[in-house]
Design a protein around this ligand. Structure first.
Ligand SMILES: Cc1ncc(COP(=O)(O)O)c(C=O)c1O
Length: 450
């Protein structure tokens, strides 16, 4: 075991050290070599060191360098050194975070991260927090709490009786709602098409003036940080109207909620803390390993009721927070440990600096590309930049060429009828030099004669 782990650490260290010198996306040859990971399951056992060597030799070249400084695809963070190291140690511990009695350290890390996150984001200190795999599951959990609360008030127990014959819930979303929120609505039985869709403005913000009157059986789904533009729905106006009407507001704040860490960007979130539930991603801008997200619910009883497993005699109940009462899963990885390490290592000022640096770097991308004659399609308010290189065909061709070049990696997108390339600056590892190298490659490729 000792030799195997030492060898693994050496291989992983080599991978991490070389991340800046390789193409961001693997080549076709690297992907083709994955065939050597094997066909049929071997009949006999072999040395674990052999398995590890095969995985590294074949697997490492076929990874996407998302932990390097020049990956700007989708919205994917890197991994902070303390979070990666904590992940290794926690891997050796292999704790089941389900119950406090199964892992006191996992439960304590969750207690601390819960407290720190609510403080950092300015959310109500008594809120419940569940440690889930991603924003999709955080949306699912928040919407399950919303569904439970809205129906409970009307005398309907959805956990026991399901939705058959239940009083209807009106669901309101913005026109630029993220697809994962619609998926979550479908999973909690509220339907992805059975929604009232409020028009959005040119940045993707829900138009509060187009929102119909609210009532106490309405669930309003807001967005804090549009995946294309980074824009925020006008939470203050909508949340205060919802409060007056007794409606529930859920906020999909996958990456945008972390803007609260900086006084420069916190005004974008004005009113968000008045909502009832929030979904937050940690593997994006908090730069912890995949897979990590948080659901926050203002009144803990609703999340607990929605995700309660019932009463099996062997499940522990205690006066302290029991992790399994706040997540859809029971047994699960102790992902709170990496979050604890990330927050403990950077501290409040380090976290703020990471967010502010990425936002500044997004502005740098926009300035350089605009100066080179390309159109920036969004107001760069956060860490997302949309650039057009001309016609849709031209833009698609250039995005593909940038991806193939390998200096950096960005994805294509559609934004309100325009074809664009999306640059998301979400990694602690991105330096200004990475931005300059990447933007130089983009401009060189875009200006090259076909
Ligand atoms: C606004 C928003 N919501 C939800 C998601 C889905 O996040 P996850 O992939 O962690 O489920 C994303 C991903 O980019 C997002 O930007």
């Amino acid at each position: 075991m000792k030799d195997l782990l030492a060898e693994t650490a050496e291989r992983a260290t080599r991978y991490a050290a070389g991340i800046g010198n390789r193409k961001v996306a693997p080549g076709a040859d690297d992907i083709a070599r994955l065939e050597s990971l094997g066909g049929a399951l071997p009949e006999n056992s072999c040395d674990p060191a052999e398995v590890l060597a095969l995985l590294d030799d074949i697997g490492s070249p076929a990874t996407v360098a998302t932990t390097g400084g020049r990956y700007f695809g989708f919205v994917i963070g890197g991994v902070l050194p303390a979070a990666l190291a904590a992940n290794w140690l926690a891997g050796a511990w292999d704790q089941n975070a389900c119950m406090r009695v199964m892992s006191p350290v996992a439960a304590k890390a969750e207690d601390l991260v819960r407290e720190w996150t609510l403080d950092l984001l300015g959310l109500p200190a008594s809120s419940a927090v569940g440690f889930v795999t991603c924003t999709t599951m955080a949306n699912f959990s928040g919407l399950a709490a919303a569904r439970s609360a809205l129906l409970h008030r009307r005398g309907w127990n959805v956990e026991e009786d399901g939705l058959f014959g239940a009083p209807p819930i009106r669901v309101v979303v913005g026109q630029e709602v993220h697809v994962s929120l619609l998926k979550a609505l479908s999973m909690v039985g509220l339907g992805r098409s059975r929604v009232i869709t409020v028009p959005a403005d040119g940045q993707g913000r829900m138009r509060a003036d187009s929102l119909a009157p609210l009532d106490d059986h309405t669930l309003v789904c807001l967005q804090a940080g549009n995946v294309n533009t980074g824009a925020f729905d006008p939470a203050k106006e909508i949340c205060s109207r919802a409060r007056d009407a007794g409606a529930w507001v859920h906020v999909d704040g996958a990456f945008g909620l972390w803007a609260a860490l900086s006084p420069l960007y916190a005004p974008l979130l004005d009113g968000v803390s008045l909502a009832d539930s929030w979904a937050i991603d940690c593997h994006k801008w908090m730069n912890v390993p995949q897979d990590s997200g948080l659901v926050v619910v203002r009144e803990p009883e609703h999340l607990r009721r929605a995700l309660s497993a019932g009463n099996a005699a062997y499940l522990t109940q205690s006066a302290e927070r029991e992790p399994w009462q706040y997540t859809p899963d029971s047994s699960r990885r102790a992902r709170g440990i990496e979050l604890w390490a990330a927050m403990r290592s950077l501290g409040r000022s380090g976290l703020r600096e990471m967010i502010e640096r990425n936002c500044r770097q997004a502005g740098l991308f926009a300035d350089r590309l605009r100066a080179a004659g390309f159109e920036i399609l969004n107001d760069v308010v956060l860490n997302q930049v949309l650039v057009s290189f001309g016609s849709p065909e031209e833009t698609r061709r250039i995005v593909a060429a940038i991806q193939a070049d390998g200096t950096c990696w960005c994805a294509g997108t559609q934004w309100q009828g325009h074809t664009a390339m999306r640059i998301s600056v979400s990694s602690w590892a991105t330096t200004d030099d990475d931005v300059e190298r990447s933007v130089a490659a983009m401009i060189r490729i875009a200006n090259a004669k076909q």
